[in-house]
Design a protein around this ligand. Structure first.
Ligand code: GLU
Length: 321
């Protein structure tokens, strides 16, 4: 066989591969965390991304794109190319609460995303600067009722779960406080610890270290049971607020239209990552609960959370201050 024929044969043999998609992922993946470094979304995102990247054999790079209760980072996620290389870490704020309160939201929490896997859930906590008058929840309620509109509460973003959680609680106790919103938990905590704002309602993982070190005093935690990380802290439910429950969650989403095989590979990697004993232990140390569910289950959760928060917002007629 002379040379050109050999080359032609070689090319023909290669052809079936030329059009096939290379094995995903071939290059690093970006995970958009829509809240600042040091907050709960960032903590969960970085721990999960490190392990999932190891499982996938490619680095998952965390990019913090903050503002407007996480909705800026989520809008960027929704607009990205649906190839699996850009993901976002959705939260109850970006997909459950904010969509009902932001009239100009640039995305639909259901139709604009491919759910990948909900990584962890976390309770929320009411805490105060140690200089604040109230020593427990009963004193807090009495103080707020006696001083309507006097004090502010720090939260991770207007219309987000921490702002709404507090607005809802204030309605239950017939109290008034001023919402002081930040770009995320980290700056909200800094100001509460410094005494700039006396009260904070926050996701548990970010506040826990400050409670443990005595920089903040915790008054109540959400959920049906106490948290093993602070076993002496009573729940809201056991202090008389039975129907009051506010749970945070952090789940990986991609833009709508990601191919099913890529979606499933990503989902399996993140689910495996958060269930890995060392990674799960790191999550549990923060007081969060590892989950790692399927795209279908996460998709149903997003729908349910959107409906649940619509019910809460409509019933309590909550509007942004
Ligand atoms: N509280 C926000 C949420 O649950 C997260 C805040 C943060 O990570 O800084 O949506």
């Amino acid at each position: 066989m002379h040379k050109p024929t050999l080359i032609a044969l070689g090319l023909a043999l290669c052809l079936p591969w030329a059009g096939a998609r290379a094995e995903f992922p071939e290059r690093p993946i970006t995970l958009i965390v829509p809240f600042p470094a040091g907050g709960p979304t960032d903590i969960v995102g970085r721990v999960a991304a490190a392990k999932a990247g190891e499982i996938l054999g490619q680095q998952i790079v965390v990019e913090n794109r903050t503002g407007a209760s996480g909705t800026i980072g989520m809008a960027a996620t929704a607009r990205a190319k649906p190839d699996g290389y850009t993901l976002g870490l959705a939260t109850v704020s970006t997909h459950g609460t904010a969509p009902h309160l932001f009239p100009k939201l640039a995305y639909d929490p259901v139709s604009d995303f491919t759910p990948i896997s909900n990584l962890v859930t976390s309770p929320n906590i009411l805490a105060v600067n140690p200089a604040f008058a109230a020593k427990d929840l009963t004193e807090f309620v009495a103080h707020v009722r006696a001083n309507p509109g006097k004090d502010g509460y720090a939260n991770a973003g207007a219309g987000g779960v921490n702002d709404l959680g507090m607005i809802w609680f204030l309605q239950l106790i017939d109290g008034k406080m001023n919402s002081i919103s930040y770009r995320g938990s980290a700056p909200a905590l800094t100001d509460t610890v410094a005494g700039v704002v006396p009260v904070i309602f926050d996701n548990f993982p970010s506040t826990l270290p400050y409670v443990k070190s005595g920089h903040l005093r915790a008054l109540a935690i959400t959920g049906t049971a106490r948290n093993a990380r602070l076993p002496d802290l009573p729940t809201f439910a056991e202090q008389g607020y039975k129907d009051y429950d506010v749970t945070a969650w952090y789940g990986v989403v991609a833009p709508a239209g990601v191919p099913a095989d890529v979606r499933d590979k990503l989902s399996a990697a993140f689910a495996k990552a958060v269930r890995d004993p060392a990674t799960a232990a790191k999550m549990e140390e923060t007081g969060a609960f590892p989950l790692g569910n399927t795209p279908e289950a996460f998709g149903r959760q997003i729908q349910a959370e959107r409906e649940r928060w619509k019910g809460v917002i409509d019933k309590a007629q909550i509007k942004l201050q």
